[in-house]
Design a protein around this ligand. Structure first.
Ligand code: VGL
Ligand code: ZN
Length: 208
């Protein structure tokens, strides 16, 4: 897509989401070659990084007696408690070393507020604090956001839904994503995505 109105949004392709990582997504590493190939066809690529302080509210370790993958009630709603992951400046938070997108123009870091999580690249989990990505894309004349990365049912889905809510056309490239799938989260995500008008495609079917 040399067309400036198209952007490829590459979400959280970070070591901690890879097999062996702190919050491993099964087969997460398999998205890397798919995304490298896709990115060559987009002149405009934006990356995101999950980027938490060690004291982050989403870490089970910061709640006495709580275990990873339990949920708790926070002022902004229900929060899944995760293993400690993507701590700012750590190797686990770094992008996968084989991700090859030297022409990426912007990098959005999210989840940096201690008391608020942010699966979405657009709006934090309090549903009120914007990251600035929507404004950035609008200023660049972007009309359509192509989403890929990790994880399908969390950060990719929430980003895709918020991109729709911000008025963009949105496409989710299924084989350029992998899911966590916790308690039916993947089915629920696809239901929400379809209802919101997010288009579901495979990378091989994208006409350049
Ligand atoms: C993510 C859970 C916690 C993701 C980030 O990138 O999908 N999931 N933090
Ligand atoms: Zn996170």
């Amino acid at each position: 897509m040399k067309d400036v109105s198209e952007v490829l949004l590459v979400i959280d392709v970070q070591n901690d989401f890879m097999p062996g990582g702190a919050l491993a997504v099964a087969h997460g590493n398999e998205v890397v070659p798919v995304i490298n190939r896709l990115a060559r066809d987009f002149s405009h690529v934006v990356l995101t990084q999950d980027w938490h302080p060690a004291s982050h509210v989403s870490f089970a370790a910061n709640h006495a007696g709580r275990q990873p993958f339990e949920t708790i009630a926070l002022p902004y709603g229900e929060q899944v408690l995760w293993p400690v992951h993507c701590v700012q400046g750590t190797e686990g938070a770094a992008l996968h070393r084989d991700l090859d997108v030297p022409h990426a123009r912007a990098l959005i870091r999210k989840g940096h507020h201690e008391q608020v999580d942010s699966y979405s690249a657009f709006v934090e989990a309090d549903r009120g604090t914007p990251t600035g990505l929507a404004g950035y894309l609008r200023e660049h004349g972007v009309k359509r956001v192509w989403c890929c990365g990790l994880a399908t049912d969390y950060c990719v889905a929430w980003s895709a839904l918020d991109a729709r809510a911000a008025g963009f056309e949105v496409v989710l490239i299924e084989d350029a994503c992998r899911a966590i799938d916790l308690n039916g989260s993947l089915d629920a995500a696809w239901r929400d995505l379809r209802a919101a008008g997010v288009e579901r495609v495979q990378s091989a079917g994208i006409a350049i």
